[in-house]
Design a protein around this ligand. Structure first.
Ligand SMILES: CC(C)(COP(=O)(O)OP(=O)(O)OC[C@H]1O[C@@H](n2cnc3c(N)ncnc32)[C@H](O)[C@@H]1OP(=O)(O)O)[C@@H](O)C(=O)NCCC(=O)NCCS
Length: 127
């Protein structure tokens, strides 16, 4: 959660939670190297949002990268192969696509970014 200081107004937020994804939902190139269990561990990025008055200042990007980094760090203890985002509409899906998220098979509102890509992103940002 991002809070405007010294006010106490919430200007942006997201949630992360443990999730599972069906192997059939993933792109075949990612699914290829994975164990053939029907359900695989993932991390759900719950609705990420920035207050309307604060949009366009890269706070959405800041929150997304913060969420991806936290999800990656958590894999030191709990397995997760990707971060999944459920976009509320096409505009939201486009925001995630900009950062490399791909659509799940048969569900264009559900997108994922493999943990390997998140690791590369964090390394490139030196965070
Ligand atoms: C989507 C949302 C989080 C973006 O937040 P924001 O702070 O306005 O976005 P940012 O300023 O961080 O944008 C970062 C980059 O993404 C781009 N971008 C922002 N929203 C975008 C969208 N919907 N589609 C494509 N690109 C988008 C910006 O142009 C910017 O690009 P740049 O780096 O080339 O300048 C915000 O509009 C929001 O809260 N929307 C309502 C809720 C929502 O749709 N959440 C998404 C998940 S359900």
């Amino acid at each position: 959660m991002l809070i405007d200081f010294p006010e106490t107004e919430v200007i942006a937020y997201y949630t992360l939670s443990a999730y599972t994804v069906e192997i059939t939902e993933l792109n075949s190139s990612l699914a290829k190297g994975l164990p053939r269990y029907p359900l695989l561990p993932a991390t759900l990025l719950g609705r990420l949002a920035v207050d309307r008055d604060y949009r366009g200042q890269h706070l959405g990007e800041l929150m997304l990268i913060d969420a991806l980094k936290k999800a990656l760090e958590a894999t030191a203890s709990v397995a997760s192969l990707a971060v999944i985002a459920e976009a509320i509409d096409e505009t939201a899906a486009n925001f995630y696509r900009k950062y490399g998220f791909q659509e799940c098979q048969d569900n264009s509102s559900k997108l994922y970014l493999p943990m390997k890509s998140i690791n590369e992103l964090c390394q490139s940002l030196n965070i």
